[in-house]
Write a protein that binds this ligand. Structure first.
Ligand SMILES: [Cu+2]
Length: 132
């Protein structure tokens, strides 16, 4: 009998999702974006913003489930400064987190979301708050 814990079963689902994406691309299907990959963010990846953002907003290629999703704002050495999963029903592809007052410097946005097709999508990027 094979016992899988929650983490590895999610990993397996993520893997089958990736395989599905490959087949979708090979077949020329338009469903490759069914999994909710990150398509846009504010601030965006590598962006330098003049002042600290009040929120970090992410937009995905498909719907996401806020109760099972999380965004964190972290320092480069991994200290979590903000955490949240604010979703609005009218915009099922968007998720945001309120930012604390961020001093000038580099920050990491890390996300792990449950997409509406049941797959977990995760990733991270960085942005910089410039000194005045
Ligand atoms: Cu998927």
């Amino acid at each position: 009998m094979k016992i899988v814990d929650k983490t590895s079963s999610m990993g397996a689902r993520g893997f089958s999702c990736a395989i599905g994406a490959v087949f979708a691309i090979v077949l020329g299907a338009t469903s490759a974006f069914a999994h909710s990959f990150l398509v846009d963010a504010t601030p965006s990846s590598k962006e330098h913003v003049a002042g600290p953002p009040k929120t970090v907003k992410l937009r995905f290629g498909g719907g996401v489930e806020p109760p099972y999703s999380k965004i964190t704002i972290e320092t480069p050495d991994g200290k979590i400064l903000g955490e949240g999963n604010i979703g609005v029903p009218e915009k099922p592809r968007e998720l945001s987190v309120n930012a604390p007052e961020l001093a000038p410097g580099k920050y990491i946005v890390r996300y792990r979301v449950l997409s509406s097709d049941g797959h977990i999508v995760e990733g991270n990027y960085e942005f910089t708050v410039d000194a005045k």
